[in-house]
Design a protein around this ligand. Structure first.
Ligand code: GLC
Length: 436
């Protein structure tokens, strides 16, 4: 059974891999290279085709900007099935943007640091992968330097995101309050996503107006970070995003130790790390909710809701043992009800929860993967195993979809997953979960 599943996962990855050496998340809906998707995909490839894993990261990093920034989408091909494309985003307006690869002017969760460590752990030929890491680690270090220099206006060790598309959890109810503060124009544009996926599973037209409005503001100022920090109506310290950065800092420290001769970099990373973790626990932990929360930097207020992102700090070693215990308790009481697969992307006890809609409730395999390893690190082995077996079970039942209904009752013979099918990171991370 497991071997068939792994074969099927490899088939999905192989189909989505393009000649130029990168993978699309899935056909039709997402026809380009996405930052954090590529990271997760590389982990899957590392288990059976290391050259592809390396290519995946090489193509992504070749689109890096001169200031260390790595864009969230790299538009390697022209495509008619995607809006908004490169001519809308106009990343070239930024003076330091990459002139060779058209991209967006926003980024995504900084996973590549820990992906490098992960592929090193998976590698049979350690020397070969270490050489690859030596060639590329400086780029990731520069990327982190970019974040701490440009995305932390109050020097707190916590970086902001200026767009919901930077969060990776694009349509989370976390952002609803921000949309309510915005008075975006009604844009006229042609959505392409809803021609491919049922409207009930995707964001609304009005939400898209807000998404575009933020890009308009950023473009007006040529994607200047200071201007964005000053003017973007969306400015959030996101616990998932910051956890990815902190985990990646740790991985860079470990890798630099293996490489040797980089004491200055290690010292700087450790400095960032201490400050970030202290602020994170001080500012983003909500003892009453027993969870980490998002902070709205624009309107200076915490967003007191719980999502699967609230537990991601487990993966980065951020919570104390006591905090971890509270997190697990919150996860089990709110998300772990009878008849529920772990882990819904949004609090199932909330009025904003929607088990079918994008990041408003469905299970996502990448979040499950992070939680699985995070729970293992804190020695919650049983819950970790449950997240792993739930992930495998839903994929076995319906296939490699983009997201899944958390309610077990929904899975009968006719049930399908939601969003895109033959979805790369669901396949890649399943391979890693099974092999672990
Ligand atoms: C959606 C997801 C985002 C992902 C992208 C490509 O926009 O919200 O996290 O990177 O699809 O798969």
């Amino acid at each position: 059974m497991k071997t068939t599943l792994i074969k099927e996962a490899q088939r999905v990855l192989n189909v989505n891999y393009k000649e130029k050496g990168y993978s699309i998340p899935c056909k039709g809906l997402y026809p380009f290279q996405w930052l954090w998707d590529s990271g997760f995909i590389a982990i899957g490839f590392a288990h059976y085709d290391m050259p592809k894993a390396k290519n995946e990261l090489t193509t992504l990093l070749s689109a890096q900007w001169a200031n260390g920034f790595i864009p969230h989408i790299v538009f390697h091909e022209v495509s008619e099935t995607y809006f908004p494309g490169p001519n809308y985003h106009r990343a070239d307006l930024h003076p330091l943007s990459n002139k060779e690869y058209p991209s967006t002017g926003m980024t995504q969760p900084p996973v590549i640091g820990f992906v490098l460590e992960k592929i090193y752990q998976i590698a049979e030929n350690k020397a070969d992968v270490l050489n690859f890491i030596k060639e590329n680690i400086g780029k990731i270090y520069n990327n982190h330097l970019y974040f701490y220099t440009n995305r932390d206006p109050k020097n707190e060790g916590l970086v902001y995101i200026y767009h919901n598309w930077e969060s990776g959890t694009d349509n989370s109810p976390m952002w609803d309050g921000i949309w309510a503060t915005m008075n975006s124009p009604e844009y006229s544009f042609e959505r392409r996503d809803t021609a491919i996926v049922d409207v009930s599973q995707r964001p609304s037209k009005r939400e898209y107006d807000h998404y575009l409005h933020i890009v308009e503001i950023a473009k007006k100022h040529n994607y200047n970070d200071q201007k964005i920090a000053e003017l973007s109506p969306f400015l959030i310290q996101d616990p998932l995003f910051n956890s990815m950065l902190i985990k990646s800092n740790s991985s860079l420290i470990e890798l630099y130790k293996i490489i040797g001769d980089n004491d200055d970099k290690i010292a700087q990373l450790q400095k960032w790390q201490e400050k970030s973790i202290t602020s994170f626990n001080h500012k983003l932990f909500d003892p009453e909710l027993g969870a980490y929360i998002h902070y709205d930097l624009r309107n200076e207020k915490p967003i007191r809701m719980v999502s699967s992102s609230s537990f991601a700090p487990l993966y980065a070693g951020i919570p104390s043992k006591e905090q971890a215990k509270e997190l697990v308790n919150t996860m089990l009481t709110k998300f772990g009800g009878k008849g529920m697969y772990l882990c819904a992307s949004f609090d199932p006890t909330s009025e904003h929860y929607n088990p079918k809609k994008y990041w408003r409730g469905p299970v996502w395999i990448n979040l499950n993967w992070l939680l699985y390893y995070g729970l293992l690190d804190y020695e919650y082995n049983n819950i970790a195993q449950k997240i792993k077996s739930d992930s495998i079970e839903i994929i076995e039942k319906v296939g490699f979809y983009e997201y899944f209904d958390p309610r077990k009752s929904e899975y009968n013979n006719k049930t399908k997953g939601y969003g895109g099918s033959n979805f790369s990171w669901s396949a890649a991370l399943l391979i890693d979960l099974i092999n672990n």
